[in-house]
Design a protein around this ligand. Structure first.
Ligand SMILES: [Zn+2]
Length: 268
Protein backbone atom coordinates (compact mmCIF):
# COMPACT_ATOMS: atom_id res chain seq x y z
CA UNK A 1 0.00 0.00 0.00
CA UNK A 2 1.32 3.43 -0.88
CA UNK A 3 1.12 6.36 1.51
CA UNK A 4 -1.93 8.62 1.52
CA UNK A 5 -2.11 12.09 3.06
CA UNK A 6 -5.14 13.44 4.88
CA UNK A 7 -6.99 15.86 2.53
CA UNK A 8 -7.40 18.21 5.49
CA UNK A 9 -3.65 18.72 5.66
CA UNK A 10 -2.86 16.53 8.71
CA UNK A 11 -0.12 14.62 6.95
CA UNK A 12 0.22 10.85 6.44
CA UNK A 13 -2.77 8.65 7.21
CA UNK A 14 -2.38 5.25 8.95
CA UNK A 15 -3.05 1.94 7.23
CA UNK A 16 -5.72 0.04 9.18
CA UNK A 17 -7.78 -3.09 8.89
CA UNK A 18 -11.39 -2.18 9.46
CA UNK A 19 -14.33 -4.48 9.86
CA UNK A 20 -17.52 -3.55 8.10
CA UNK A 21 -20.77 -5.14 7.24
CA UNK A 22 -22.00 -5.35 3.65
CA UNK A 23 -25.49 -6.45 2.61
CA UNK A 24 -25.07 -9.29 0.13
CA UNK A 25 -27.60 -11.81 -1.19
CA UNK A 26 -29.95 -11.15 1.67
CA UNK A 27 -27.52 -11.41 4.55
CA UNK A 28 -25.21 -8.94 6.28
CA UNK A 29 -21.71 -10.11 5.42
CA UNK A 30 -18.94 -9.01 7.70
CA UNK A 31 -15.62 -8.35 5.96
CA UNK A 32 -12.20 -7.01 6.92
CA UNK A 33 -10.95 -4.28 4.63
CA UNK A 34 -7.71 -2.39 4.20
CA UNK A 35 -8.27 1.33 4.73
CA UNK A 36 -6.50 4.54 5.79
CA UNK A 37 -7.39 6.60 8.84
CA UNK A 38 -6.14 10.07 9.75
CA UNK A 39 -4.77 9.84 13.32
CA UNK A 40 -5.75 13.46 13.96
CA UNK A 41 -9.25 13.90 12.54
CA UNK A 42 -10.15 10.16 12.22
CA UNK A 43 -11.16 10.67 8.60
CA UNK A 44 -11.52 7.30 6.89
CA UNK A 45 -10.35 6.97 3.31
CA UNK A 46 -12.33 4.47 1.26
CA UNK A 47 -11.25 0.97 0.46
CA UNK A 48 -7.83 0.71 -1.08
CA UNK A 49 -8.65 -2.69 -2.55
CA UNK A 50 -9.51 -2.98 -6.20
CA UNK A 51 -13.18 -3.53 -6.95
CA UNK A 52 -12.47 -7.10 -8.12
CA UNK A 53 -10.52 -7.96 -4.98
CA UNK A 54 -13.26 -6.48 -2.79
CA UNK A 55 -15.90 -8.51 -4.61
CA UNK A 56 -13.85 -11.64 -3.97
CA UNK A 57 -13.46 -10.81 -0.28
CA UNK A 58 -17.21 -10.35 0.03
CA UNK A 59 -17.93 -13.59 -1.84
CA UNK A 60 -15.53 -15.57 0.40
CA UNK A 61 -17.01 -14.07 3.58
CA UNK A 62 -20.53 -14.67 2.30
CA UNK A 63 -19.86 -18.34 1.58
CA UNK A 64 -18.25 -18.83 4.98
CA UNK A 65 -21.17 -17.21 6.78
CA UNK A 66 -23.77 -18.99 4.64
CA UNK A 67 -22.18 -22.37 5.42
CA UNK A 68 -20.86 -23.02 1.92
CA UNK A 69 -17.37 -24.09 0.90
CA UNK A 70 -15.27 -21.00 0.18
CA UNK A 71 -13.07 -20.77 -2.91
CA UNK A 72 -9.98 -21.26 -0.73
CA UNK A 73 -11.50 -24.38 0.83
CA UNK A 74 -12.42 -25.89 -2.51
CA UNK A 75 -8.87 -25.33 -3.72
CA UNK A 76 -7.23 -26.69 -0.53
CA UNK A 77 -9.40 -29.81 -0.31
CA UNK A 78 -8.95 -30.49 -4.01
CA UNK A 79 -5.15 -30.32 -3.65
CA UNK A 80 -5.17 -32.55 -0.57
CA UNK A 81 -6.83 -35.19 -2.72
CA UNK A 82 -4.24 -34.68 -5.44
CA UNK A 83 -6.81 -33.50 -7.98
CA UNK A 84 -6.43 -30.92 -10.71
CA UNK A 85 -9.36 -28.63 -11.54
CA UNK A 86 -10.00 -30.89 -14.54
CA UNK A 87 -10.02 -34.00 -12.29
CA UNK A 88 -12.60 -32.45 -9.97
CA UNK A 89 -14.69 -31.33 -12.95
CA UNK A 90 -14.72 -34.83 -14.38
CA UNK A 91 -15.49 -36.46 -11.05
CA UNK A 92 -18.28 -34.07 -10.08
CA UNK A 93 -19.79 -33.59 -13.54
CA UNK A 94 -19.34 -29.81 -13.51
CA UNK A 95 -17.49 -27.91 -16.21
CA UNK A 96 -13.88 -27.01 -15.51
CA UNK A 97 -14.82 -23.34 -16.05
CA UNK A 98 -17.27 -23.58 -13.15
CA UNK A 99 -14.64 -25.08 -10.86
CA UNK A 100 -12.27 -22.25 -11.79
CA UNK A 101 -14.93 -19.60 -11.11
CA UNK A 102 -15.88 -21.10 -7.76
CA UNK A 103 -12.28 -21.23 -6.65
CA UNK A 104 -11.78 -17.56 -7.51
CA UNK A 105 -14.94 -16.08 -6.05
CA UNK A 106 -18.14 -17.07 -7.87
CA UNK A 107 -20.76 -18.54 -5.53
CA UNK A 108 -21.97 -22.09 -6.06
CA UNK A 109 -25.63 -23.00 -5.57
CA UNK A 110 -26.68 -25.06 -2.57
CA UNK A 111 -26.97 -28.19 -4.66
CA UNK A 112 -23.58 -27.65 -6.32
CA UNK A 113 -22.10 -27.13 -2.86
CA UNK A 114 -23.49 -30.47 -1.73
CA UNK A 115 -22.05 -32.26 -4.77
CA UNK A 116 -18.65 -30.60 -4.29
CA UNK A 117 -18.53 -31.65 -0.62
CA UNK A 118 -19.29 -35.21 -1.62
CA UNK A 119 -16.23 -35.31 -3.85
CA UNK A 120 -13.92 -33.25 -1.66
CA UNK A 121 -14.53 -34.73 1.77
CA UNK A 122 -11.76 -36.52 3.59
CA UNK A 123 -11.85 -40.22 2.89
CA UNK A 124 -10.81 -41.89 6.14
CA UNK A 125 -11.15 -45.41 4.73
CA UNK A 126 -8.81 -45.03 1.75
CA UNK A 127 -6.76 -42.03 2.87
CA UNK A 128 -7.93 -39.71 0.11
CA UNK A 129 -6.97 -41.97 -2.76
CA UNK A 130 -8.64 -44.65 -4.85
CA UNK A 131 -7.17 -48.06 -4.10
CA UNK A 132 -4.54 -49.08 -6.65
CA UNK A 133 -3.44 -52.73 -6.64
CA UNK A 134 -0.47 -52.06 -8.99
CA UNK A 135 0.67 -49.32 -6.62
CA UNK A 136 0.53 -51.73 -3.68
CA UNK A 137 2.88 -54.02 -5.63
CA UNK A 138 5.10 -51.05 -6.49
CA UNK A 139 5.38 -49.92 -2.86
CA UNK A 140 6.20 -53.48 -1.75
CA UNK A 141 8.82 -53.73 -4.50
CA UNK A 142 10.48 -50.50 -3.36
CA UNK A 143 10.41 -51.83 0.22
CA UNK A 144 12.18 -54.98 -0.95
CA UNK A 145 14.93 -52.87 -2.52
CA UNK A 146 15.26 -50.69 0.58
CA UNK A 147 15.29 -53.70 2.93
CA UNK A 148 17.42 -55.74 0.54
CA UNK A 149 15.27 -58.84 1.08
CA UNK A 150 12.01 -60.38 -0.11
CA UNK A 151 8.87 -59.49 1.86
CA UNK A 152 6.25 -60.50 -0.70
CA UNK A 153 6.59 -64.26 -0.62
CA UNK A 154 4.65 -66.98 -2.41
CA UNK A 155 1.80 -68.41 -0.40
CA UNK A 156 2.16 -66.24 2.65
CA UNK A 157 -0.53 -63.92 3.86
CA UNK A 158 1.67 -60.84 3.87
CA UNK A 159 1.78 -60.93 7.64
CA UNK A 160 4.81 -58.65 7.72
CA UNK A 161 4.56 -56.99 4.31
CA UNK A 162 1.12 -55.64 5.25
CA UNK A 163 2.64 -53.89 8.28
CA UNK A 164 5.27 -52.17 6.13
CA UNK A 165 2.57 -51.16 3.71
CA UNK A 166 0.35 -49.88 6.50
CA UNK A 167 3.10 -47.66 7.89
CA UNK A 168 3.80 -46.32 4.39
CA UNK A 169 0.15 -45.45 3.82
CA UNK A 170 -0.37 -43.93 7.26
CA UNK A 171 2.82 -41.85 7.13
CA UNK A 172 2.02 -40.65 3.61
CA UNK A 173 -1.43 -39.60 4.81
CA UNK A 174 0.14 -37.73 7.72
CA UNK A 175 2.97 -36.05 5.82
CA UNK A 176 1.52 -35.65 2.32
CA UNK A 177 -2.23 -35.52 2.94
CA UNK A 178 -3.07 -38.79 1.19
CA UNK A 179 -2.15 -42.44 1.41
CA UNK A 180 0.22 -44.09 -1.07
CA UNK A 181 -1.94 -46.96 -2.24
CA UNK A 182 -5.52 -46.16 -1.16
CA UNK A 183 -5.60 -49.53 0.62
CA UNK A 184 -8.12 -50.11 3.40
CA UNK A 185 -6.85 -51.84 6.56
CA UNK A 186 -8.63 -54.07 9.02
CA UNK A 187 -7.73 -54.52 12.65
CA UNK A 188 -6.84 -58.18 13.06
CA UNK A 189 -5.42 -59.94 16.10
CA UNK A 190 -1.99 -60.13 14.50
CA UNK A 191 -1.98 -56.45 13.60
CA UNK A 192 -3.13 -54.13 10.82
CA UNK A 193 -3.84 -56.14 7.67
CA UNK A 194 -5.20 -55.33 4.21
CA UNK A 195 -8.97 -55.50 4.37
CA UNK A 196 -10.19 -58.55 2.42
CA UNK A 197 -6.58 -59.66 2.04
CA UNK A 198 -7.60 -63.14 0.97
CA UNK A 199 -9.15 -61.73 -2.17
CA UNK A 200 -6.33 -59.26 -2.78
CA UNK A 201 -3.16 -61.31 -2.38
CA UNK A 202 -3.20 -62.98 -5.78
CA UNK A 203 -4.26 -59.76 -7.46
CA UNK A 204 -1.30 -57.99 -5.87
CA UNK A 205 1.20 -60.70 -6.86
CA UNK A 206 -0.11 -60.65 -10.44
CA UNK A 207 -0.50 -56.88 -10.79
CA UNK A 208 1.12 -55.05 -13.68
CA UNK A 209 3.72 -52.64 -12.32
CA UNK A 210 3.54 -50.53 -15.47
CA UNK A 211 -0.02 -49.59 -14.48
CA UNK A 212 1.12 -48.08 -11.19
CA UNK A 213 1.33 -44.33 -10.87
CA UNK A 214 5.00 -43.51 -10.26
CA UNK A 215 6.05 -42.81 -6.68
CA UNK A 216 7.03 -39.24 -5.85
CA UNK A 217 10.44 -38.55 -4.23
CA UNK A 218 8.61 -37.81 -0.95
CA UNK A 219 6.88 -41.16 -1.08
CA UNK A 220 10.13 -43.01 -1.78
CA UNK A 221 11.75 -41.15 1.15
CA UNK A 222 8.97 -42.34 3.48
CA UNK A 223 9.49 -45.96 2.40
CA UNK A 224 13.24 -45.65 2.99
CA UNK A 225 12.72 -44.16 6.45
CA UNK A 226 10.41 -47.00 7.42
CA UNK A 227 12.85 -49.60 6.08
CA UNK A 228 15.70 -48.02 8.05
CA UNK A 229 13.61 -47.88 11.23
CA UNK A 230 12.42 -51.48 10.92
CA UNK A 231 15.10 -53.55 9.16
CA UNK A 232 13.63 -56.79 10.59
CA UNK A 233 10.11 -58.19 10.22
CA UNK A 234 9.79 -58.61 13.96
CA UNK A 235 10.45 -54.89 14.52
CA UNK A 236 7.65 -53.66 12.26
CA UNK A 237 5.34 -56.30 13.72
CA UNK A 238 6.03 -55.26 17.32
CA UNK A 239 5.80 -51.54 16.52
CA UNK A 240 2.39 -51.95 14.86
CA UNK A 241 1.11 -53.73 17.98
CA UNK A 242 2.02 -50.73 20.12
CA UNK A 243 0.15 -48.22 17.95
CA UNK A 244 -2.96 -46.61 19.45
CA UNK A 245 -4.48 -47.07 15.98
CA UNK A 246 -4.35 -50.84 16.49
CA UNK A 247 -4.93 -50.92 20.26
CA UNK A 248 -7.97 -48.67 20.19
CA UNK A 249 -9.71 -50.03 17.11
CA UNK A 250 -11.86 -53.07 17.75
CA UNK A 251 -10.88 -56.41 16.26
CA UNK A 252 -12.40 -56.88 12.83
CA UNK A 253 -13.07 -53.19 12.29
CA UNK A 254 -11.36 -50.90 9.81
CA UNK A 255 -8.39 -48.86 10.99
CA UNK A 256 -9.20 -45.37 9.79
CA UNK A 257 -6.62 -42.98 8.37
CA UNK A 258 -7.66 -40.46 11.02
CA UNK A 259 -5.18 -42.35 13.23
CA UNK A 260 -2.32 -41.17 10.99
CA UNK A 261 -1.65 -38.15 13.20
CA UNK A 262 -1.43 -40.37 16.28
CA UNK A 263 1.25 -42.84 15.21
CA UNK A 264 3.79 -43.34 18.00
CA UNK A 265 6.60 -45.21 16.20
CA UNK A 266 9.63 -42.96 15.87
CA UNK A 267 10.19 -42.93 12.11
CA UNK A 268 12.35 -40.05 10.97
ZN1 LIG B 1 -6.97 14.54 9.06
Amino acid sequence: MSEINCPKGHGAMEAKKIERSVPFKGIEVSIIEDAFVCPKCKLLAGSVQSAGKLQQTIAEAYRQQAGKLTGEEIKRLRKVKGMTQADLAELSGFGVASIKRWETGAIQTQSADKTLRLHLKENAVNGNREISIPRILLVLTVFQTALNRVILKENDKMLFAAKYLWYADMLAKRKLGRSMTGATYANLTYGPQLNNYNDLLDEIRNADLSEAEELTPNEVAIIQQIAETFPEDRMVYDAAHKEPAWLETRTGELILYTWADKLIAKIT
